[in-house]
Design a protein around this ligand. Structure first.
Ligand code: XBP
Ligand code: MG
Length: 242
């Protein structure tokens, strides 16, 4: 395999943004006078449902609450999230900026495949690498482009079609089991870096699992059946700085 494109999930992979999402949800609930407060333990559970609106709808069903306007609440949550997304609010995860720059220098295509909203991707880039960094990505597909969210593979299918590369020419970076299952469905090799909320997820079948992407010592484990030498030197160089 020769890698021609790197495809990145956003939340939990590029940055630990789920804490900001959680705070934004709680602020939107408080503003609307809804007596819900999602603590970290509950939020970890609720993350099994991808998509913020879908998460509100699932929680509404679970609590039996009446008169919850999930689309309006979610719109407000997105506004609050973007207000909070200022420089310094979150950092990119260790190794991400370096990996993006090295991949760019190496002439690889890069893409984003996320279930979150486009404005949140723009906000994250603006607050970290600067808005111009959005231009580093040849394809950006978000929850607004799909009718089904991860673990459904739709967002990855769109990105693969945008890029025009075969699955064996790409590498997907994910932090969650939902993301891994979506990636596996399109038969693209997957690098997992578990995030603060996904450490207990089932990552069986992942090609690599690293703590972070900053240095070789961050390897959590190699999946036993994975034969490292089957992978071309370009992947090795990217992940291990040569
Ligand atoms: C991230 C999500 C998103 C965010 C909230 O999944 O599930 O729903 O929690 O974003 P992934 P929105 O990292 O797999 O893309 O509120 O904008 O949906
Ligand atoms: Mg994620």
């Amino acid at each position: 395999m020769s890698v021609r494109a790197l495809i990145f999930d956003v939340d939990g992979t590029l940055a630990e943004t789920e804490e900001l999402h959680r705070i934004a949800f709680n602020r939107a609930f408080a503003e609307a006078g809804i007596p819900w407060k999602w603590d970290r333990e509950l939020y970890a559970e609720l993350l099994k449902v991808t998509g913020g609106r879908e998460r509100i709808e699932a929680y509404t069903r679970r609590t039996g609450a009446q008169e919850i306007d999930a689309p309006a609440l979610h719109r407000r949550k997105t506004e609050l999230y973007n207000e909070m997304m200022v420089p310094g609010a979150v950092e990119l995860r260790p190794g991400i900026e370096d990996l993006l720059r090295r991949a760019r220098d190496a002439g690889l295509d890069m893409a984003i495949a996320t279930t979150t909203r486009r404005s949140n991707v723009v906000g994250l880039m603006r607050a970290t690498l600067g808005e111009a960094a959005l231009g580093w990505f040849r394809a950006i597909r978000t929850g607004e482009d799909t009718s089904r969210k991860k673990p459904d593979p739709e967002v990855f299918q769109l990105v693969l079609s945008d890029l025009g590369h075969g699955p064996d020419e790409c590498l997907i970076f994910e932090d969650s089991e939902n993301g891994l299952r979506a990636a596996q469905a399109v038969k693209v090799p997957v690098v997992i870096t578990p995030s603060i909320y996904t450490g207990e997820d089932d990552f069986s079948g992942a090609d690599y699992i690293f703590k972070n992407l900053d240095e070789p010592f961050s390897i959590l484990k190699f999946v036993p059946e994975f034969v490292f030498h089957d992978v071309s030197p370009d992947v090795r160089d990217l992940l291990f700085h040569g």
